[in-house]
Design a protein. Structure first.
Lengths: 110, 108
C-alpha cells in the first residue's frame, strides 16, 4: 500500500541533545513538507522540498535542519538550538492537489 | 507573504448544517484545500478548489471566490463523528500553508 511513514510515534529527548525524526514515502511525490503543531494551534511550516537535493526554509526553520538525498526520504533534525521543541511533528508529501500526512511524531523534551 | 484566517471554534447541532469560513492573503494562488483532523490524528484531505465555485463530495462541499480571497467548507447532516478540527490550506507557487484551524463542536 502506498503511504507516508513517520517514526518513531513518541520520542523523548533530554535538553541539549539533537534528535532526528524519520519520514519516508512511497507515493512517488516530488514535494515533501515538515510541519509543527502545538496544542490548539494550526500547522506551521518548518521546511519543505520540491525536489531531491533541494529544500527551503518555512516560517519556523530556526533550530531545525533537513536533508533530501532521496526522493522517498525527508528526515528532520531538531537541534539543541530549538528553544521549545516539545510539539507534534507532521510530515507530508504532496501531488498538485492533495497533501498526504504521516501519523506524526510526538516529541517531548525532558 | 501568505496567511489564512478562519474562526477558532464553531458549534452546531447534530443533523444540522454548518459553514466554516476562510479568508486568505497571498501573492501567488494555485488552490484552496480543506483538511479534517481528529484529536491525536493526522490531517486528512477533504476537498480542493482551484477555480471559483462549489465542489461537492458527499455531505461536504467547498466553495471558492478568488476575487474575494474567500472560501468556505459546508458540512451537511452533521454527525457526532464530524467533531474535529478543520483546516483551510493555501497552495501557493511552491508550498502549502495552513490556517490555525476551526474546532467544530457538535451538540446532540
Amino acid at each position: 500500500d502506498g503511504g507516508i511513514t513517520q517514526s518513531p510515534k513518541y520520542l523523548f529527548r533530554k535538553e541539549g541533545q539533537n534528535v532526528t525524526l524519520s519520514c519516508e514515502q512511497n507515493l512517488n511525490h516530488d514535494a515533501m513538507y515538515w510541519y509543527r503543531q502545538d496544542p490548539g494551534q494550526g500547522l506551521r511550516l518548518i521546511y519543505y522540498s520540491q525536489i531531491v537535493n533541494d529544500f527551503q526554509k518555512g516560517d519556523i526553520a530556526e533550530g531545525y535542519s533537513v536533508s533530501r538525498e532521496k526522493k522517498e526520504s525527508f528526515p528532520l533534525t531538531v537541534t539543541s538550538a530549538q528553544k521549545n521543541p516539545t510539539a507534534f511533528y507532521l510530515c507530508a508529501s504532496s501531488n498538485d492537489i492533495e497533501a498526504f500526512f504521516g501519523q506524526g511524531t510526538r516529541l517531548t523534551v525532558v | 507573504g501568505q496567511s489564512l484566517e478562519q474562526p477558532s471554534e464553531v458549534t452546531a447541532v447534530e443533523g444540522a448544517i454548518v459553514q466554516i469560513n476562510c479568508t486568505y492573503q497571498t501573492s501567488g494562488f494555485y488552490g484552496l484545500s480543506w483538511y479534517q483532523q481528529h484529536d491525536g490524528g493526522a490531517p486528512t484531505f477533504l476537498s480542493y478548489n482551484a477555480l471559483d465555485g462549489l465542489e461537492e463530495t458527499g455531505r461536504f462541499s467547498s466553495f471558492l471566490s478568488r476575487s474575494d480571497s474567500y472560501g468556505y467548507l459546508l458540512l451537511q447532516e452533521l454527525q457526532m463523528k464530524d467533531s474535529a478540527s478543520y483546516f483551510c490550506a493555501l497552495r501557493g507557487e511552491d508550498k502549502i500553508i495552513f490556517g490555525k484551524g476551526t474546532r467544530l463542536h457538535i451538540l446532540p
